[in-house]
Design a protein around this ligand. Structure first.
Ligand code: A3P
Ligand code: MG
Length: 412
């Protein structure tokens, strides 16, 4: 099946860009609570006939492929791994959506009560671990992931263990290949598979079971991010963004997936045709909108030096990489406080999703991210991402800013 995706005009004025940014900020926030926001964005195109998708604000035609065509045109290796990864993050998303919905509907939930996010974090990790092992039984299994079951084994965590186990069993029962009901111990063991150190040799799955926990708790953006390292390189990624609008604000929930050398595709989380996506082709910094974390604030100086006029679009999690890969914005900058060590699960899936869509992801020195050094990224200050045309300008602006001493952003 072939379709046309509309991309935004490249020559729009800064004023328009500011409007876009403001709308993006709204569009990416609280999609779960206020799906009716669609009415507020008349320029956000809604896909009407099933054979034609319109990506909001885009004018450049793109190649679009159904998921089967996408698979056929890709390289033969890692096909089954990608299929397993997509299934794993999709099922984990279901678990997270269930917990988030209950969390947001609960009037009595105290803001300081971390248990819903804890339950979803562990549950998501267990589901991904179990699905990967079940789908790829012949492969040695190594998982580098954020959580371990240490705290859950405490006597006081009995209820939470039971709740996680129930959620994992409920979620897996929605998949036809699931058979037996798992015990608490089996679920804890699945979580503990995530202790791998990764490294430069062999294959290692890299998982953030809920990236953007702050966004998750607020009802905003979060992601289930899964990548596969082979020989220290990210060779595939599946990035589920349950609250990210798809083609219109009314349709929420996307999965981005990419395999080395095969491009990046976006698909509705609930299933449907996959669309090949590309980063924006804009060359003009004045037209560029940029993303930053909701709580790791980027240096203003760099964007000002670059000539970016639009205010930053703040969203949580690697949903930023997904949005960048489909050209929603042009730049992502991340400058954590001095001494902060970036973890590989916060960037592995997002990185390949952007690079396969034609973008670049580097540290502040312009070096590719190195995922071969274990659980942490070994990098120069910060992470920046944009298209190939803007990257030299962005690197120059960042270097000048760093030289002037504005090396660190504030963390909220
Ligand atoms: N002060 C800080 N500086 C940099 N990164 C931080 C941070 N505090 C938390 N993080 C990381 O940033 C991730 C969220 O990314 P973002 O800021 O883009 O939403 C968090 O992932 P989790 O939410 O999985 O813990 C966490 O790993
Ligand atoms: Mg994270």
């Amino acid at each position: 099946m072939s379709m046309t995706v509309m991309r935004p005009a490249q020559g729009c004025c800064c004023h328009f860009n500011n409007a876009i940014n403001n709308c993006f900020n709204l569009r990416y926030r609280r999609t779960l609570k206020t799906p009716s926001l669609a009415a507020e964005f008349p320029f956000v195109a809604v896909a009407s006939p099933p054979t034609r998708l319109s990506l909001s604000l885009r004018r450049r035609p793109l190649t679009v492929a159904s998921s089967s065509a996408a698979t056929m045109s890709s390289s033969p290796s890692y096909d089954k791994e990608l299929a397993a990864a997509k299934k794993a993050v999709s099922l984990a998303s279901r678990l997270c959506q269930k917990v988030q919905k209950a969390l947001l509907q609960s009037d009595v939930q105290s803001k300081s009560d971390k248990s819903p996010v804890t339950v979803a974090d562990y549950g998501s990790q267990a589901v991904v671990s179990l699905v990967l092992q079940r789908e790829l039984p012949a492969d040695p299994f190594s998982l580098v992931a954020e959580e371990d079951s240490g705290d859950l084994r405490d006597d006081s965590a009995q209820d939470i263990r039971a709740r996680i186990t129930e959620l994992v069993n409920d979620t897996l029962s929605t998949d036809e290949s699931s058979s037996s009901t798992l015990s608490v111990e089996q679920v804890l063991k699945a979580i503990d598979c995530g202790v791998s150190e990764g490294g430069a040799t062999g294959r290692h799955w890299v998982l953030d079971p809920i990236d953007g926990t702050k966004g998750f708790v607020r009802g905003d953006q979060y992601a289930i991010a899964l990548g596969l390292l082979d020989g220290g390189k990210v060779v595939l990624g599946a990035l589920a963004c349950p609250n990210l609008p798809l083609t219109s604000i009314a349709e929420v929930g996307c999965i981005f997936f990419a395999k080395l050398g095969s491009g990046t595709y976006m698909q509705p989380l609930e299933g449907g045709p996959a669309v090949e996506v590309h980063v924006t082709a804009t060359e003009n910094p004045e037209e560029a909108s940029f993303f930053e974390s909701s709580h790791v604030l980027t240096t203003r100086n760099s964007s000002q030096k670059l000539g970016v006029k639009a205010p930053p679009v703040r969203i949580d999690s690697q949903a930023k990489y997904g949005a960048l890969s489909r050209g929603d914005g042009a730049i992502y900058m991340r400058f954590p406080h001095k001494g902060y060590r970036e973890k590989i699960w916060d960037h592995a899936a997002g990185c390949i999703v952007v690079t396969e869509a034609g973008g670049l992801v580097t540290d502040a020195a312009g070096k590719d991210l190195d995922f071969s050094k274990g659980r942490f990224l070994d990098l120069d200050t910060g992470i920046i991402s944009t298209n190939a045309k803007l990257m030299p300008l962005l690197l120059k602006a960042v270097k000048e800013s760093l030289k002037e001493g504005e090396s660190c952003s504030s963390s909220m």
